[in-house]
Write a protein that binds this ligand. Structure first.
Ligand code: KG4
Ligand code: ZN
Length: 340
């Protein structure tokens, strides 16, 4: 049996997991720093790296305990190399290299986006490409054609804010809290998403690209107008954020299915933090059922950042001969490239 230690610190969650070579998750510990970043309404990079330094030792310890293993049992270290915040990435890479050095264990750097793609294998190891992937997180909104595991073609991307970033910025502006995605998700349940109509940028154009910056501004402008008219109340705010969410989800669903038609695929895999969103999950499944297309989502805890997805992705590359040297460095802009 091969045991893989997955370390993920690209943003503000300190994550360590143990996954075996059958992709069974033996442990998956995530220490969120939300309470420290909440007061700033967003992530403060230096605070994030300092908190990783503080949390990682006990997150590692807990992950090994939960898996009933010790470091001596670990056969491979997989660590997020990028993209992400440099200071945060450094903490994870440093931890991974140190364990690898002292334990004489191979280690591999993993692309964070590819990690989000591999999250689906933890619960659906049977899924085989080709499929269309939609990765929606705080830093990315990408439509990718997955021809084989490791072989990718970018089809569409955001030209400004990522979908999760738009959720976070709208919530920050409306003083709803941080991170905005889960808060708006919760507030929107049972609210009227059809009360206000906002069109998302590039919604009706021919590309598979997205733009969320104008949508965010439109919501903010509308909020000002409601305040001027003294119409602002709790119910109205819920309808306002539900209407914002409706627009985000509508454009994500429409462009994903448009890409599917162009590619002629019959499966869709969704990943990244925004994939935890209930309305997106519902709408994608409904649309899939209508068209006879299978739509797969990881469980919410595997949508948001976690070490298990990094372990699964690292294992895949290691089994194909990848092994990083001590020179491996974190790269905040690491591109997702196909294997040879
Ligand atoms: O993948 P992730 O954990 O970290 C990044 O790689 O960015 O995604 C975090 C993003 C945040 O913007 C957060 O607001 C959003 O995912 N998010 C959600 C939900 N849960 C997390 N957005 C909408 N609905 C949710 N339930
Ligand atoms: Zn992520």
């Amino acid at each position: 049996m091969i045991y893989v230690l997955g370390i993920e610190t690209s943003c503000d969650d300190s994550c360590v997991a143990v996954v075996d070579d059958k992709l069974q998750v033996l442990s998956n510990v995530v220490s969120s720093q939300t309470e420290f970043h909440r007061r700033f309404g967003g992530i403060v990079p230096e605070v994030a790296s300092r908190k990783h330094l503080e949390y990682l030792p006990w997150v590692l310890d807990q992950a090994l305990r939960d898996a009933h293993l010790t470091l001596e049992d670990i056969n491979l270290i997989a660590v997020t190399q990028g993209p992400g915040l440099l200071g945060s990435l450094l903490m994870g890479v440093c931890l991974g290299k140190t364990i690898a050095l002292f334990g004489d264990i191979p280690f591999v750097g993993v692309n964070h986006l590819e990690g989000h793609l591999f999250a689906i294998r933890l619960e659906h190891p049977e899924i085989q490409p080709p499929f269309l992937a939609l990765i929606v997180s705080g830093g990315h909104t990408e439509i990718i054609a997955v021809r084989e595991w490791g072989k990718y073609d970018y089809l569409g991307s955001t030209r400004d804010d990522a979908a999760g970033e738009a959720y976070d910025k709208v919530a920050k502006f409306l003083r709803l809290g941080y991170p905005g995605g889960p808060i708006i998700d919760r507030l929107s349940e049972g609210a009227r998403g059809d009360r206000f109509h906002f069109s998302a940028g590039l919604e009706d154009d021919d590309t598979l690209d997205f733009s969320f910056s104008g949508l965010k501004t439109a919501v903010v402008r509308h909020y000002h107008r409601l305040r001027e008219e003294e119409k602002e109340d709790k119910e109205l705010i819920r309808d306002l954020v539900a209407s914002f969410q409706e627009s985000v989800v509508r454009v994500l669903v429409n462009k994903t299915f448009k890409a599917l038609e162009i590619q002629g695929f019959s499966q869709i895999v969704v990943g990244g933090g925004v994939a935890a969103n209930r309305h997106l999950r519902r709408r994608m499944k409904e649309e899939g059922e209508k068209r006879g297309v299978q739509v797969f989502f990881p469980s919410p805890s595997f949508c948001t950042d976690n070490g298990a997805m990094i372990a699964a992705c690292g294992l895949f590359h290691w089994e194909r001969g990848k092994k990083d040297s001590w020179e491996m460095e974190p790269d905040p802009r690491l591109p997702l490239v196909s294997i040879e």
